[in-house]
Design a binder for this molecule. Structure first.
Ligand code: XBP
Ligand code: MG
Length: 252
């Protein structure tokens, strides 16, 4: 069964801890370059993560926090300019190797590939950000490991809407009971659950206190043989790191 099985990965917070030291830093660099005195602190950014998507997040910040707007350019144009500048800064930051993969990600992807499993990505972030992260952590060829990289504005509504997961299922012609999702956030889990997908959540500092009701397992990370995970909710069936054996056991 495992050969026909698909692993679907969220990116930000799941494959790598990209938010605090990646996206947040790049947003601030874009604001400074545009001559804006906006500064998204670590805690403010935690609040802003309630809104998925970089453009949507800037828009929310402007409408809710009413920061000083320097220029008279139309709002949508300002947001679009800031976001493309942020994307450039983010990619530059990734190219320094500043953001590593989370524990267990490389091992699990390698094991899945060795067993000819199907791989997919479902993310809210921009496609170029995803490919930059993969290239800088797993090498250029890793982009082709994933049959589909569903990203950003490809669907009308971002997570917690289920659109991106429905998109993956449809494009890959797979059933929801033949895959498992890896997510890190409440929004991501909601999107996957609404699509009927079993989900393993690996929390991070921004998401640790969120509600993960409905997740198959909630872990601190995927673990490694020499670095076991901590189980926050669910039954890991005696396993202490996430490999294909655990994923197979979770299907029974
Ligand atoms: C993560 C996000 C993204 C990034 C910013 O979603 O919410 O918005 O913070 O990315 P996921 P962009 O965990 O589902 O990948 O600026 O490229 O939108
Ligand atoms: Mg995420």
């Amino acid at each position: 069964m495992i050969e026909q099985f698909t692993l679907i990965f969220d990116v930000d917070g799941t494959i790598a801890d990209t938010e605090r030291d990646g996206h947040r830093v790049a947003f601030n660099q874009a604001f400074a370059e545009a001559g804006l005195d906006w500064e998204w602190s670590v805690s403010l950014y935690g609040e802003l993560l309630a809104i998925s998507g970089g453009k949507e997040r800037i828009n929310f910040y402007i409408s809710q926090y009413k920061p000083k707007l320097k220029s008279s350019i139309p709002l949508l144009e300002l947001i679009s300019n800031l976001h493309s500048s942020k994307t450039n800064y983010y990619r530059k930051l990734l190219s320094t190797g500043a953001i590593p993969l989370r524990p267990g990600i490389k091992r699990l992807l390698t094991e899945a590939r060795n067993n000819k499993m199907r791989l997919a990505i479902a993310t809210t972030s921009t496609i170029t950000n995803v490919t930059a992260l993969l290239e800088n952590t797993l090498g250029k060829e890793s982009i082709s490991w994933f049959e589909i990289i569903a990203a950003g504005d490809i669907v009308p509504a971002k997570k917690p809407a289920p659109d991106i997961y429905y998109y993956v299922l449809e494009k890959m012609n797979i059933q929801s009971n033949n895959c498992i999702v890896f997510e890190d956030s409440h929004h991501g889990l909601q999107a996957a659950l609404q699509t009927g997908l079993k989900t393993i959540v690996t929390v991070n500092n921004y998401t640790i206190n969120q509600n993960f009701t409905g997740a198959t397992l909630v872990l601190n990370h995927l673990g490694e043989p020499e670095k076991p995970f901590t189980i926050l909710a669910g039954n890991a069936l005696g396993r202490n790191y996430c490999d294909l054996k655990l994923i197979e056991l979770l299907q029974d």
